[in-house]
Design a protein around this ligand. Structure first.
Ligand SMILES: Cc1ncc(COP(=O)(O)O)c(CNC2(C(=O)O)CC2)c1O
Length: 329
């Protein structure tokens, strides 16, 4: 890990859900295709449940929940939500109850199938956007409090200052690995949903005074000024840490292809290409779109010579949307 980052984080409760450092893997065939060196931080292999980026955030979020004596964790997302499933799974593994507030159609596919297989309590609503569910989640938390329960409400994607500590710690891990490998990354690229992952990456890089630039590929959860949202979350997290470094401004590019969760042929083709060339599975909602953007921007020389992609997981999305994707290809 990283001494400076670890000492900053030492006072925050953290439950260990990831028992190892995830590898940084070079992609020789993709690199020769796009003309720059592309590496992947395999956070799809964080290892708890379906893995992914959320596990890093949950180590601090559930550490905080336990420290506060919570007995039930509530969070929200779409029915295909990776975040919702692993949050409930991790909460239950710690002996806490869990309740998911979800939107969309109850199809036994992907993460929703996993929710049901594990026996997680879900409340599913028809709603346009996940943010529409916030009042329902708050109302349910109020109901539980009235019953004498102690609910801990985790926001969409775990995008709170406590959750953001997960990727501050993740950057410390990356910095130590890069040092050991003699690597300096020009950019670090990730898929942006709630913005919590990029906020942690941005703050971590800023705290280390790294030259590396944080770059997000937006998948369309939030419209509007996502860069401002990410910087604001990084600043709030910096307040929590008691540090005062200048926060780098991340670039965020729109790779939603028009809407969050929209399944498109180009992304299906990128998923197929990366699977065949490098044996790595991306997903149609997040990492496939982000990596498609990475390949496009690398070829127009917008990401520098050495690029690190954070593989944030999402494999169940292949089993939720795979048939729809195949029909387009
Ligand atoms: C596989 C995968 N990759 C990247 C992201 C984006 O991360 P952030 O929310 O931290 O920006 C998600 C998020 N997913 C959300 C979910 O509900 O699963 C929070 C939206 C993700 O699942």
């Amino acid at each position: 890990m990283h001494p400076k980052i670890d000492s900053l984080l030492a006072r925050f409760p953290r439950v260990e859900l990831i028992g190892w450092e995830t590898p940084i893997q070079y992609l020789p065939k993709i690199s020769s295709m796009v003309g720059v060196d592309v590496y992947v931080k395999r956070d799809d292999l964080t290892g708890f449940g379906i893995g992914g980026n959320k596990i890093r955030k949950l180590e601090f979020l559930l550490g905080d929940a336990m420290a506060k004596g919570a007995d039930t964790v509530i969070t929200l997302g779409a029915v295909h939500s990776n975040h919702a499933f692993v949050t409930a799974l991790a909460a239950k593994s710690l002996g806490l109850d869990a309740l998911l507030v979800l939107r969309g159609r109850e199809e036994l596919k992907g993460n929703y199938l996993l929710d049901k297989l594990v026996g997680i309590e879900t409340r599913v609503f028809k709603a346009e956007k996940t943010t529409d569910l916030i009042p329902m989640a708050e109302e349910i938390a109020g109901e539980l409090r009235a019953e004498g329960r102690k609910p801990y409400l985790i926001p969409i994607g775990g995008a709170s200052p406590i959750g953001t500590l997960g990727y501050v710690r993740g950057v410390g891990e990356i910095a130590s690995q890069a040092n050991g490998l003699g690597l300096e990354f020009d950019t670090v690229v990730d898929a942006v949903g709630s913005g919590g992952t990029l906020a942690g990456i941005t703050l971590g890089l800023s705290l280390l005074g790294a030259e590396t630039e944080p770059v997000g590929m937006g998948v369309g959860i939030f419209a509007g000024d996502m860069e401002g949202r990410v910087v604001e979350l990084a600043e709030e997290t910096q307040k929590l840490l008691g540090t005062k470094c200048r926060i780098k401004k991340p670039r965020i590019h729109d790779y939603s292809f028009g809407a969050y969760g929209k399944i498109v042929k180009e992304v299906g083709e990128t998923i197929r290409l990366v699977a065949k060339l490098e044996g790595i599975l991306l997903d149609p909602v997040y990492t496939g779109k982000a990596f498609h953007g990475l390949m496009e921007m690398a070829q127009t020389d917008e990401l520098g010579e050495t690029v690190l992609f954070i593989h944030t997981g999402g494999t169940p999305g292949l089993f939720h949307y795979g048939e729809e994707m195949l029909r387009l290809m």
